[in-house]
Design a protein around this ligand. Structure first.
Ligand code: AHR
Length: 501
């Protein structure tokens, strides 16, 4: 059997995990909102029309942040369409996804629902077709207590207390030519800076995210961030990153190395931010908001322009396999490894649209394979991330070159003393014995080893078989002489929990 080893020490701290690393994303796209989180006629719907079965799964994911309402959608969105009596709200064309938008859910309903899910809303403003005025009015509507036009309108619409939305995205993917109101870097930089100033005048306590590149293969990647930060460095708190992964052809070995790509992407943006800090002689260190990430089979998507106009169409409802779940698990490991700079991350999206939760109109809701590593990492990956340097075998990939077979990180909960190791075995055929040196702790005991793997790596969860793929509890972990050894099954995501005394 192959072997790998790593040593843990509570002194080797990367950073405390910001819980907002486990955020997700609700876009007005496909069936994420309508028949996803919201379906008034559904047998589990609450008084507001939100599905109870979906809500239960959302709570299980423990997502402290939910980004809303887009995505590409926001670049053509008129937020005022989604407030006030539902029967008066206009039906509009959503040009991003060629959909009919009924506006039955808007900022009031979403923010209230998100809080009930234990999440804070993270709101994006439209910097495509709109700008400073719409953005500052929205902050006044959501955050100002009362006594002004927009805050009193919110109160008349039924929300007496301000929503108190702290996190705001200054547009979405504004570097992308597909974006409605696409901008050059300098056009966006000026607009983002002035919008940030106005929004902060309404509420100085808000945190702002400037758009980084839509993805790392954009021709302007790097120079976009540089230009944007030149104008906005002192006005924003985060730069955004977006990245989606998929298996190309039969090259599963490369797909399994997606976490390596995410590491490099994050480190490139960190370098650009630090360069901007040096050049501008800024005091503060810029943090990152990885506010869209996931596995997405984009190659199967026909493209927006080929869609027929429809209301709540079935868009990009990818069905995730065991392999996809293992990749999602390793992307979470990459995010944790960079917890010193990545403070916010949003799994895109939450329900139906490339999502960990699926639902059928009038039917059930269920967990996709990817739900499991996310829910378990979100639950147990809290505390201090430790620096981990696994030593072990490597393999060659056509995409990322030579990569380690084992990807791992560890989190130390200083309150309970628990240590949790998250590890992926990228070997598709062989199990691997992982030795974890825990001599730095006097009395850690083995808690549990939970793994996600399957004889059929392409197995998925479906409406007919919602629990075809679930995590397995393994009883193989041994502890002796300060070393814990666990066997990671071939092609698996693993969580090994060690309890403090
Ligand atoms: O999450 C789907 C889409 O991906 C979002 O609308 C957009 O921001 C990104 O390109």
């Amino acid at each position: 059997m192959q072997h790998a080893a790593l040593a843990l020490d509570p002194a080797f701290r990367i950073a405390e995990v910001d819980p907002r690393l486990y955020g997700s994303f609700v876009e007005h796209m496909g069936r994420c909102v309508y028949t996803g989180i919201y379906e008034p006629g559904h047998e589990t719907a609450d008084g507001e029309g939100f599905r109870g079965d979906v809500a239960e799964l959302v709570r299980e994911l423990r997502t402290p942040v939910l980004r809303y309402p887009g995505g590409n959608f926001v670049s053509g969105y008129t937020w005022e369409d989604g407030i006030g009596p539902r029967e008066d709200r206009p039906r509009r064309l959503d040009l991003a996804w060629r959909s009919y938008e009924t506006n039955q859910v808007g900022v009031d309903e979403f923010a209230t629902w998100a809080r009930r899910m234990g999440s804070e809303p993270m709101m994006a403003v439209n910097l495509g077709t709109r700008g400073i005025d719409a953005a500052r009015n929205l902050v006044e509507y959501t955050n100002h207590p009362s006594g002004t036009y927009w805050s009193d309108l919110r109160r008349r619409n039924g929300t007496a207390q301000p929503h108190g939305i702290k996190l705001w995205c200054l547009g979405n993917e504004m570097d992308g030519p597909w974006q409605i109101g696409h901008k050059t870097a300098s056009e966006y930089a000026r607009l983002a800076a002035e919008t940030a100033r106005a929004m902060r005048r309404v509420d100085p306590s808000i945190e702002l995210v400037a758009c980084g590149s839509s993805h790392q293969r954009m021709p302007t990647f790097g120079t976009w961030e540089e230009t944007v930060l030149r104008e906005t460095y002192d006005l924003v708190d985060y730069v955004s990153l977006h990245s989606y992964y998929e298996q190309r052809g039969d090259d599963r070995a490369s797909f399994l190395a997606s976490g390596v790509n995410m590491d490099r992407f994050i480190e490139s943006v960190v370098a650009t931010c630090d360069h901007a800090r040096g050049v501008g002689q800024h005091r503060k260190r810029m943090n990152l908001s990885f506010d869209e990430w996931n596995v997405w089979y984009q190659s199967k998507f026909p493209g927006e322009s080929n869609l027929d106009w429809a209301e709540r169409p079935r868009l990009i409802e990818d069905e995730y396999s065991v392999v996809d779940a293992v990749v999602v698990g390793s992307l979470l490991i990459s995010l944790l490894r960079h917890a010193d700079r990545v403070k916010i991350a949003c799994l895109a999206q939450l329900v139906n649209v490339i999502a960990p939760i699926r639902s059928e109109p009038g039917g059930p809701a269920w967990r996709q394979t990817t739900f499991h590593p996310f829910a378990l990492t979100s639950r147990h990956g809290r505390g201090i991330v430790l620096r981990v340097e696994p030593a072990g075998p490597t393999y060659e990939t056509s995409w990322m070159g030579e990569v380690p077979v084992v990807d791992a990180t560890a989190v130390h909960d200083e309150e309970t003393g628990a240590v949790t190791v998250f590890a992926v075995n990228r070997d598709q055929h062989e199990p691997l014995a992982l030795d974890v040196d825990v001599r730095s702790w006097a009395n850690l005991t083995v808690g549990e080893h939970v793994a996600l793997f399957d004889d059929d790596p392409q197995a998925t969860n479906t409406v007919g078989q919602p629990d075809r793929v679930t995590p397995t509890r393994l009883s193989d972990v041994k502890a002796a002489d300060g070393t814990v050894t666990a066997v990671l099954p071939a092609l698996s995501w693993n969580m090994i929990r060690l309890s403090g005394a």
